[in-house]
Ligand binder design. Sequence first.
Ligand code: V47
Length: 393
Amino acid sequence: MIEDLAFLEERAAGAGLAGIPTKVRNGERLTPEDGLALYRTPDLALLGVLADEVRRRRHGDVAYYNVNLHLNYTNWCNKFCTFCAFQRRPKDDGAYCLSPEEVHAALAEAPAEITEVHMVAGVWPALPYAYYLDILRAAKAARPDVHVKAFTMVEVDQIVKTAGKPLGDVLAELQEAGLDSLPGGGAEVFSERVRQELYPKKMGAERWLELAGELHRFGFKTNCTMLYGMTETLEERVEHLTALRELQDRSLAAETGGGFQTYVPLAFHPEGTGLAHLPMPTAPERLRSVAVGRLFLDNVPHVKAYWVMMGLETAQTALNHGADDLDGTVTQERIYHDAGSRAPQRLDRGRLHRLIREAGFVPVERDTLYRELRRFEEPSEDEAVARTPVLEV
Ligand code: V47
């Protein structure tokens, strides 16, 4: 941390960020105007320094990862979002929908050490309510100790419609079948203008926020995301973050134990999508998204640099720009790989340790709820032989 606040303020004044270092030092909430200034400043290094101060205040010198499996149980989807390369109609080439038995087998065959399965997919209204309960039960039957983090708000919305029951009953039944927490996808960017242009069949901000709020009131932990780098403006990004922050204030005030755990900025991958002409967000843009998330979302404890979408080296560098978590070993991810991600399909523990340690942090293996499982103060054996990754997204 740079102690000299006068130095930081002097530099901030020349970068359109006057007053922000003082607010950050005092733990004062940033305004939407401040948020916009963070997106606009040319001084990414200063942004990184400020975000790193907040990150170290909360999490010290540790950086988290977990050992997980991503299971995209179906690519059938009726939302036809322009930004998505994953979706298929059931009769399309490459369409698939895993049966509960296949979900069971995938979990049974997964490495013994996984502690989490992240299950998200497209939505197809003909899938019966029982299917969702059955895949949760299958996952738990195969691996009773594995935390099941499943279903974006878009899937939850479809499940509730299919069930034809009150939301509270559905949540209780999903929980009973094995749902432990929920990821943060499906929010995209909350702008109604962008939704109309790129994903008009998908739920709008109001419904996403309403469902997330209900889940928090029920007591579930969820994550939150923003898909950036399509056609949204910087103002729309700040509006998105403001909506997440306001919901989190309400959720924490309700004291149910529910709320957002982690913010995951998702960089848009254009390849194979209806927006293939757009450039991919550059490394500085990806780092900036992490730093702004850390500084603006003062009530969300964790910021994840999801290496599958950021690229290994940028995710590693993001640990010095406000991120405290790299996500996990992530076997079998499909959504980004279908959109051209050249990140590997999985990382072993040694490589994750090496990425974290090279960035100056101590690797901590966490469970999904950020309870510390193991701290690796000293390099592990597998870390010593792990090659420094040189792969790009
Ligand atoms: O909702 C789809 C996004 C999300 C593309 O909560 C794309 O821990 C970029 O939400 N380029 C799913 N993004 C992934 C997700 C996630 C990932 C990792 C961790 C967590 C968590 C959540 O991926 C979708 C959508 O917003 N997406 N297509 C694309 N071409």
